[in-house]
Ligand binder design. Structure first.
Ligand SMILES: [Mg+2]
Length: 406
């Protein structure tokens, strides 16, 4: 052994007690903790209920997550939890695939099955973080950033008058402190089924967007959501009319299923096109990524299948240098869970904020200071997701049909 090698060996030996104290902790936990049960509590938000998920173990530790909203999700959790009970929570990805395969047939590896699996997967990841004493982003490969830019999904005034739209932009920026925002443009007139967008509506929207842009300044990140409503040609015509507005992105101009049609729009405008909140798992993302059908991907962590699946989708899209604006309409629990995925994804741009106007929204979890700080969400370095429910607030706003993890 060389002198340097001997010195190095002595160094390592000197460090052994420290190493022994730290590393074998994880090893000692392998296979020792078993999932005992999975239970839910549904808390009312503004438009829907947040389905909170707790994974209990025989060690007393638990994990907390959130499933996607919507009817059917709770039924799926009750069914699919049998796949993880008795299992070692450290084998997260295997459990994800076990749940997905067990749900096939009765469901289609999408929809509420995927939303339910995401709720259990996120709770298991929180649990694993607690078992190993690391934040969840470490389990995903580590973090690229300490805080996440949040964009506010604003209210959409039900009027063609410009004033209330500008007031909404000012409220989002000045009252809530957001540094980026998105407006949903909803149809004012016209036939519901034929996907037509009239030139009258186009001109009204353009006027509204020009006024908002004037208020916010030329460089404020301003996005627009068209909610899958229009035909390809009308959508493209309107989007091209907005090209002078330096929009951050235009979301879902046409129905969400057809990558070919969206690629046609994406290639014909300089406005960045964004889609993805209605796509499930890598498999439905495949044509959108491989055909570069959009400029920005927008997976919803709880809807697309969970944190691991979101990272897989985003890393795959990054092969084409398509960044991610993460969709989100969860309570603080799912928002923090999404935040750990966003921290661990290289191509992250922004994470959505929804329902923050609801007076008790931020109080669902215990916190010190505001939930968002200066338009950003700070990534917690505590074990797991680093959050704890405020049981009193949750119980007060439980949905009528729900118990509290009973
Ligand atoms: Mg949307």
């Amino acid at each position: 052994m060389s002198v340097a090698g001997a010195a190095s060996a002595v160094g390592i030996l000197g460090e052994m007690p420290k190493v022994a104290a730290a590393v074998p902790k994880a090893e000692s936990e392998l296979g020792r903790v078993k999932i005992r049960d999975v239970k839910t509590a549904s808390v009312r938000l503004t438009y829907y209920d947040a389905h909170l998920v707790k994974v209990f173990t025989d060690s007393g530790l638990y994990g907390l997550g959130e499933a996607y909203r919507g009817s059917g999700t709770l039924d799926w959790i009750k069914t699919i939890k049998e796949e993880v009970i008795g299992e070692d929570p450290l084998q997260v990805d295997m459990l994800f695939h076990k749940m997905m395969e067990a749900g096939s047939g009765a469901d289609a590896r999408s929809g509420t099955l995927t939303g339910a699996i995401a709720g259990i997967e996120s709770a298991i990841l929180d649990l694993v973080g607690k078992i190993l004493s690391v934040p969840v982003y470490v389990l995903l490969g580590g973090k690229f950033r300490d805080k996440l830019l949040i964009y506010h999904d604003t209210g959409s005034p039900d009027t063609v008058e410009v004033g209330p739209w500008v007031e909404e932009a000012v409220r989002s920026r000045d009252k809530y402190g957001f540094k980026s925002m998105k407006f949903d443009l909803n149809p004012f007139r016209g036939e519901r089924w034929n996907r037509t967008l009239s030139t009258v509506d186009m001109k009204i929207w353009l006027k509204i967007l020009e006024a908002i842009r004037k208020e916010l300044g030329p460089d404020f990140p301003l996005a627009v959501d068209l909610h899958w409503k229009y035909n390809t040609r009308d959508a493209l015509k309107f989007i091209q009319m907005t090209e002078h507005l330096n929009l951050w992105f235009m979301e879902d101009p046409i129905p969400p299923e057809n990558a070919d049609a969206l690629a046609r729009i994406t290639r014909a405008t300089k406005v960045p096109i964004c889609t993805g909140e209605n796509l499930y798992t890598r498999h439905t993302w495949r044509p959108f990524i491989e055909q570069q059908a959009c400029d920005i991907i927008q997976p919803d962590v709880q809807k697309c299948g969970g944190l691991l699946e979101t990272k897989r989708i985003a890393d795959w899209a990054d092969l084409y240098y398509m960044p991610m604006a993460c969709h989100n309409l969860c309570s603080p629990v799912g928002t923090v869970a999404s935040g750990h995925a966003c921290a661990a994804i290289r191509s992250f741009i922004t994470l959505e904020s929804d329902s923050v106007e609801l007076e008790y929204w931020s109080d669902i979890i215990k916190r010190e200071g505001p939930f968002y700080k200066d338009g950003y969400l700070e990534v917690s370095d505590k074990a797991g997701f680093g959050i704890e429910l405020d049981e009193k607030v949750c119980r007060k706003h439980l949905a009528d049909y729900s118990g509290f993890f009973e």
